[in-house]
Design a protein around this ligand. Structure first.
Ligand code: ZN
Ligand code: ZN
Length: 424
């Protein structure tokens, strides 16, 4: 850190929490969404994120929002369902609401999600009920989700520090201290602890774009991940006509947005039938309120044929049994181990952060925008190129300071892309 940077960080540290939230809200609206004057905003947030949701609402109206509508989720109410609801409740989801949200998107609305739900909320609930409820919610949410995964609209995710999440990230700390520490980690990872966060994001976006252009020019046929201890030795074939993406993107509605705050990844679409070898997760995974630890799986011809975990193995097995595509990859992403989030050394138990700390793969749905001309293709055309289709999309981390990655050309020659987790 230079002297100039030290002064800037100190200036940020001198701000009140209220002012810091306002900075994050400004980045969310101006950088994350690129919200246009007259555009509607549909937001989702946990109840505990109310102060940030209010700041984002203010910033959205200042940017000219037509109307901001927020759907709040309340953890005790969710738990009440698991405790008292009749059995049929777990196969039901409000498709009327999701249809309405999808209609809002089709009518021009942007979407913002505040992440911060308790990662272990449903850890003690019946996994069958959890997975039934997730399947019902995924089915009902599909029309809205498709508009998001196809980048038809501008959307973004930002995070809020909430008490249950903070206690999991900083165990042993008093609740208020844990929450304060998590907020500081979020501000740093989200690059708002600088003088001009909007300008810093512009620079960061340009750096990511350069990396993406390099990878796109290479046209690799596959990536080879290899860990020092041999627990990962995985060849990930890339989809024909794959496109790397990272940083900002111009959505189908013409608005330039940064879909994740923070973001450090360059990602693309693997070929659903060309993944072989073994891979071990480098971090635990929190999936819909359940924790899955030490995931180790074996792929054959693109399909998971063996899946193990030291905790949450049943949740993992249910997850990959959601549909045929749930056993196959829909994303592969490269993240250097020297990213600010990785350097913080914090395990966030939250994909938005942990996936930006390490190279990762995702089971399930592929992003059609990661294929040349993919936005305009039918599901059949996408499948022909090797893009996977599923109700799920779950990222899990495989990168570490011990991971080497090679790019494999179409003729089989390998060249080093990453050594010990860092770009070559
Ligand atoms: Zn990713
Ligand atoms: Zn992903």
């Amino acid at each position: 850190m230079s002297v100039a940077e030290a002064v800037v960080v100190k200036k940020f540290a001198a701000l009140s929490l209220d002012e810091k939230l306002d900075r994050l809200a400004e980045v969310a609206v101006r950088v994350g969404l690129g919200l246009k004057p007259g555009q509607e905003l549909i937001m989702s947030a946990p109840m505990e994120a109310l102060p940030l949701a209010r700041k984002i609402t203010e910033q959205a109206y200042k940017a000219g929002a037509l109307l901001v509508t927020t759907l709040y989720a309340d953890d005790p109410s969710t738990l009440a369902r698991y405790e008292y609801a009749q059995d049929a409740s777990f196969d039901y989801a409000p498709s009327w609401l999701q249809e309405g949200v999808a209609n809002g998107f089709r009518g021009g609305a942007a979407r913002l999600a505040i992440a911060g739900a308790n990662p272990a909320l449903l850890a003690k609930q019946d996994p069958t009920k959890v997975s039934r409820a997730n399947v019902a919610a995924s089915k009902a949410g599909k029309p809205a989700m498709e508009l998001i995964t196809r980048h038809e609209i501008n959307w973004t995710i930002v995070a809020a520090a909430t008490p249950e999440w903070a206690k999991l990230v900083f165990p042993g700390e008093r609740e208020d201290i844990a929450v304060a520490k998590l907020w500081e980690a979020i501000f740093a990872a989200s690059r708002v602890n600088v003088d001009d966060p909007v300008a810093e994001w512009k620079r960061h976006g340009e750096r990511l774009k350069k990396r993406v252009e390099f990878l796109n020019a290479k046209r690799y046929a596959a990536l080879h991940f290899k860990s020092a201890d041999g627990s990962t030795d995985l060849k990930v074939g890339l989809a024909d006509d794959h496109l790397w993406a990272g940083g900002g993107t111009t959505a189908g509605n013409g608005v330039y947005c940064q879909p994740n705050i923070p973001t450090e990844e360059c990602f693309t679409t693997p070929h659903k039938d060309r993944v072989d070898g073994v891979v071990k997760a480098s971090k635990p995974l929190s999936h819909q309120g359940a924790l899955i630890e030490n995931i180790a799986v074996r792929f054959e011809g693109g399909r998971i044929v063996e899946a193990k975990a030291t905790a949450g193995e049943d949740v993992l097995n249910r997850l990959i049994s959601t549909d045929d595509g749930a056993r196959r990859l829909g994303e592969v992403a490269l993240v250097p181990h020297n990213s600010p989030i990785a350097q913080s050394g914090i395990l966030f138990w939250n994909t938005l952060f942990d996936e930006n700390a390490a190279s990762h793969i995702a089971l399930g749905q592929a992003y059609s925008t990661c294929l040349i001309g993919g936005e305009k293709m039918t599901s059949e055309e996408l499948a022909k190129l090797g893009a996977n289709e599923s109700l799920i999309h779950v990222d899990w981390m495989i990168g570490s300071a011990e991971m080497d990655v090679d790019g494999i050309a179409a003729d089989g020659t390998a060249e080093p892309l990453m050594r010990k987790g860092a770009w070559v």
